[in-house]
Design a binder for this molecule. Structure first.
Ligand code: CA
Length: 225
């Protein structure tokens, strides 16, 4: 899952990026409103964390309003130094999905991110499965046929993305845009290489059917039948 952070306090932005990357998210950071606006409205993000007060023509409220006007429904968590009821209402009215007052505990932000990323899925599930393969989005445990599988952070992110889109093939560009951040040096071949790694871990050692499938001309998918 790919997350955008728009926050002009570099220290906070960098700390958040680091923490989110440790949770296997791909993270882009923007330090001002105008650049943040451009990124939020052109790149496909799964979630955005937007500070309310930002330098530039667009502040946090302006960015969220512009996103919603452009029919971009990416879940947004707004950060603010103010916590009055009026302030909270303005953020939510503008189209923010959630709201955190600084200073906040990182654990709380992570819990809210998980809640928002789960929302589009029909069943609110912490554990994603395909056949006898399971991935726990909170503990990061991956198992097949009850045997634990060790994945790297990128392999985990890739598997999570494929499981969230189970049965639907995703092409390389879509996969790259959701699993890697903007600055990552990714070639289409990179996706193939990672798919091979993933296959070697989740399919090759097991007796069951191959879950990771190549849909010729369409890309990759996970399917359990
Ligand atoms: Ca600020």
């Amino acid at each position: 899952m790919r997350i955008l952070i728009i926050e002009d306090e570099h220290k906070i932005a960098r700390a958040l990026k680091k923490a989110l990357e440790q949770e296997n998210y791909a993270v882009d950071v923007s330090f001002d409103g105008d650049d943040g606006y451009a990124m939020a409205t052109t790149e496909p993000y799964d979630l955005a964390i937007i500070d309310r007060m930002l330098p530039g023509e667009y502040d946090g409220i302006g960015i969220i309003k512009a996103m919603r006007k452009a029919k971009i429904h990416t879940p947004v968590i707004m950060l603010t130094a103010k916590g009055t009821i009026a302030d909270r209402t303005t953020g939510l009215d503008a189209g923010a999905d959630d709201y955190l007052v600084k200073p906040f505990a990182l654990e709380e932000l992570l819990a809210r991110i998980r809640a928002l990323l789960r929302r589009p899925i029909e069943v609110q599930q912490v554990i994603l499965t395909a056949g006898d393969l399971s991935l726990n989005t909170v503990t990061f445990e991956v198992k097949r046929a009850d045997k634990p599988i060790t994945l790297t952070s990128k392999e985990f992110a890739l598997l999570e993305f494929l499981l969230r889109n189970q049965g639907r093939p995703s092409n390389k560009d879509t996969i790259i845009s959701h699993v890697w951040d903007y600055n990552a040096d990714v070639l289409p071949n990179t996706v193939e290489v990672y798919m091979k790694y993933l296959r070697q871990k989740i399919d090759d050692p097991f007796d069951g059917p191959h879950l990771l499938q190549t849909a010729r001309g369409f890309g990759y998918k996970i399917e359990s039948n």
